[in-house]
Write a protein that binds this ligand. Structure first.
Ligand SMILES: [Ca+2]
Ligand SMILES: [Ca+2]
Length: 186
């Protein structure tokens, strides 16, 4: 009986006790979810996600905000994760075409797009919107997942686009991407 061992042993490591406690609680009370994510974060798979509904002009400012929370911009590796993230974006009250920044940036050395963990974007799951990545003007070096579509941008919701890492008000007024962060489940 694990539970008896847990109660009577003076020599069980505290983290082991925590795990056993969670397992026991989950067994005894299966209705309760132990998400393992901090309050205010939502779990999907092995990650926790947080969305800060603040339109943010630069990719690096959004990334810095995530790092300040012990997280980083999202790395999207499956259609399932993209749907989850897209749904999160759509729950925002100031939802616009800008959607949210994602962890894609162009490496100047080879002019190719990479995820922030160094993985080339081209080799894995992608859901680029029509005509993208376009690198229009030669300076679309950062990625975002699109929110609500503008007229003419039909069917592009929750798909990706490359844009300049520092957006200009003329092109993106009132629709800068918001901050979406991902961190591994602890
Ligand atoms: Ca991910
Ligand atoms: Ca583009």
């Amino acid at each position: 009986m694990k539970i008896l061992t847990w109660i009577f042993s003076d020599y069980v490591d505290i983290s082991e006790r925590k795990t056993e406690c969670k397992q026991t609680m989950a067994y005894l009370f299966p209705f309760f979810a132990f998400s393992g994510c901090p309050a205010g974060w939502v779990r999907h798979g092995k990650s926790c996600y947080y969305i800060d509904d603040t339109p943010t002009q630069t990719w690096s400012a959004a990334r810095a905000a995530c790092k300040g929370l012990g997280a980083d911009l999202p790395i999207i590796t499956s259609a399932e994760e993209n749907k989850f993230i897209g749904d999160l974006v759509f729950k925002q009250t100031t939802l616009t075409w800008g959607g949210a920044w994602i962890g894609i940036q162009r490496k100047q050395a080879d002019d190719k797009l990479y995820w922030i963990d160094g993985t080339p974007v081209a080799g894995g799951y992608t859901t680029w919107s029509r005509g993208n990545p376009s690198n229009s003007g030669g300076n679309e070096d950062c990625g975002h997942i699109m929110g609500k579509a503008d007229p003419g941008w039909k069917y592009q919701e929750k798909m990706w686009n490359d844009v300049p890492c520092a957006l200009t008000a003329s092109g993106f007024q009132n629709r800068y991407p918001v901050i979406l962060c991902e961190k591994s489940l602890i």
